[in-house]
Design a protein around this ligand. Structure first.
Ligand code: ATP
Ligand code: MG
Length: 567
């Protein structure tokens, strides 16, 4: 490929809205171009890398015995009504109407479509298990699209769905996909962690996320050296147990204008750990207000509340002061004593505390010396957000925190969709049984970003060889110099006859200018044909290490051919 004929669209300036390296570099290297918020066009170089990323995923999925199909991005409302998600999915779902006023959505995921298809295609236990998958565009009307391909409104996802006769079958399929994902992310040379995850709105139980480690990641990973690792939304921690004390009698204290728990603790001159904090939520599905109680220094994990209430994320919000008043308390002074049990959720750690301070459910008052069981009851569960240095639920040692980019997630869906949508098979005895499902997603375009987050420097991207848009670029210092042109053309022709994907930078520009372009784009090998061209000597720069070595051109060719053959 001749550089003079390519749509090279490198930029010097950092785009206004880009803050993280992968976003900045994808735009500056001319791999993608923004069209609208969270919507991008893929330019030639970006598309080449995208195709390579897709193909690595495809190869491993095919090896695992999964089978590729391609479904429409346009999905009819009826399928989403059948699963019950048309309303539940909320405002991330891009809904559209056709000219006959029929409702459709642009696929954010495809459980419904795959479940529906399989229910028609598979009739008997003899046809199971199957794992159809696709690599297809997805649409999510993200509240805040950001970070380029990391959180876009249109993106490419590999989504696979497993259908088995029973849960043992599902466990096997899940395990197979889990291992396949390890192979895939290894091939991307990503430094990643596999963590326990919440299964969220998608439903089912049992889920893992594949997190590419990066300080720019949007997910918090809580982990322990013993091997425990979980997404912060899912993470548990060992509840602390306060030193035992004799229970003292309740005492009301006047705490005018002190609303936050820190203010109250300060005023009463006690440790926040001797207080209990209240957070009130409104469950819009069941029209109910619940107050969650955690130790004063803790935060409530909203996902745990959502799971407990069995509502979707869209149908829960903070309760208003009026809604709080309706259940007999006062915003800012909420406490568990005297409330109805049905309105109260209590973190288990609170049951390990003695003589603590709670709101008095009365304006400007708190109560001292509260004790669980003696003074109040309520549903006890793990409600707190686990954080760094909390104790590991498995081994009890302090845990650590790291940031990650969620590049993939696997879920055990069980029969949530197959039951709702009538996806059944006939078993050996002729009985109709719902198929047991799993689903498995990889953010293909987000993976491109994650690779860049881990492979870049101040000059640009450093693509690993197997996903680089091209393997090598030949850069003559001055292409109009006859000796340089002759050698550069010769190397270009020789490499073109191999598997190596090669660019010849035949542009009329300075060596520095050309080098900058390809360092930014991240071509793994840059072969400089310069003043020693007549002797057949070139300089080979390895973009990963930035090392430059002079060598005969034949040796450079051999090196690159070998590297490409060993991908
Ligand atoms: P997130 O929590 O980051 O919003 P998610 O858990 O909602 O993602 P899934 O439904 O698990 O996403 O989708 C499968 C994969 O698709 C994710 O692991 C992620 O890699 C990718 N993905 C999800 N949303 C986006 C997005 N807006 N832009 C790019 N990739 C995305
Ligand atoms: Mg996910």
């Amino acid at each position: 490929m001749k550089a003079s004929r390519m749509l090279i669209a490198t930029l010097k300036e950092v785009p206004n809205d880009a803050v993280i390296p992968s976003h900045i570099l994808l735009i500056r290297s001319g791999m993608i171009k923004k069209m609208s918020a969270g919507i991008y066009n893929y330019l030639p170089l970006g598309l080449r890398t995208l195709r390579k990323v897709e193909n690595i995923i495809r190869e491993e999925m095919d090896k695992a015995g999964a089978e590729e199909i391609l479904c429409s991005c346009l999905q009819p409302k009826e399928l989403w009504e059948a699963s019950g998600r048309w309303y539940k999915y909320g405002s991330e779902l891009m809904r559209i109407k056709d000219r006959h006023d029929r409702d459709f959505c642009l696929a954010p995921t495809a459980e419904e479509v795959f479940t529906d298809l399989t229910s028609v295609l598979v009739k008997s236990y003899k046809q199971l298990p199957v794992i159809p998958y696709q690599i297809q565009t997805k649409y999510r009307d993200e509240f805040r699209p950001r970070f380029g391909l990391m959180r876009s409104r249109e993106f490419i996802m590999k989504d696979a769905y497993s259908f088995d006769v029973d849960t043992e079958g599902l466990d096997k399929s899940y395990d197979l996909m889990y291992k396949t994902y390890e192979k895939i992310f290894d091939r991307f040379h990503l430094n990643y962690k596999i963590v326990l995850a919440d299964s969220g709105a998608i439903g089912g139980n049992g889920s893992h996320q594949f997190m590419a480690l990066s300080s720019t990641g949007e997910s918090d990973i809580i982990y322990c050296d013993c091997g425990y690792a979980a997404d912060a939304e899912k993470a548990e921690s060992k509840a602390e147990v306060a030193e035992k004390e004799e229970m003292l009698s309740l005492e009301e204290v006047h705490t005018p204008n002190f609303k936050t728990i820190e203010e109250v603790a300060n005023f009463l001159n006690i440790d926040v750990k001797k207080t209990v904090k209240a957070v009130a939520y409104r469950d819009l599905e069941h029209n109910k207000t619940v107050i969650c109680f955690v130790r004063g220094d803790r935060d409530v994990n909203e996902i745990k509340v959502i799971n407990e209430l069995g509502v979707s994320e869209e149908l829960i919000r903070m309760a208003t002061p009026e809604e709080i008043a309706e259940i007999g308390t006062v915003d800012g002074f909420m406490g568990p004593i005297g409330l109805k049990e049905e309105n109260v959720l209590i973190d288990i750690e609170v049951t390990n505390m003695y003589n603590f301070v709670v709101g008095a459910n009365k304006k400007d008052y708190h109560i001292k010396n509260a004790n669980f069981n003696r003074d109040f009851k309520g549903k006890i569960l793990d409600l707190r957000l686990a954080k760094e240095s909390d104790l590991c639920p498995i081994c009890g040692k302090p845990m650590k925190l790291e940031r990650g980019i969620e590049v993939g997630q696997v879920f055990k869906l069980q029969t949530k969709y197959s039951e709702a949508m009538g996806c059944t098979y006939l078993d050996k005895n002729g009985q109709t049984v719902p198929m047991v499902m799993g689903c498995y997603g990889i953010g293909v375009t987000r993976t491109m970003s994650a690779i860049i987050e881990q492979y870049h420097d101040e000059f640009g991207i450093k693509w690993p060889l197997n996903v680089a848009p091209y393997h090598v670029v030949i850069v003559p210092a001055k292409y109009t110099d006859p000796a340089q042109q002759e050698l550069a053309d010769k190397i270009h022709d020789m490499l073109n006859d191999t598997k190596v994907e090669v660019i010849l930078d035949d542009r009329d520009a300075s060596l520095g200018f050309k080098m900058k372009d390809f360092e930014l784009i991240g071509i793994p090998y840059i072969m400089i044909v310069g003043r020693r061209a007549a002797e057949g000597i070139v300089e080979l720069k390895d973009r990963m290490t930035n090392e430059k070595v002079e060598m005969p051109y034949e040796e450079a060719i051999k090196k690159i051919v070998e590297a490409v053959e060993n991908i």
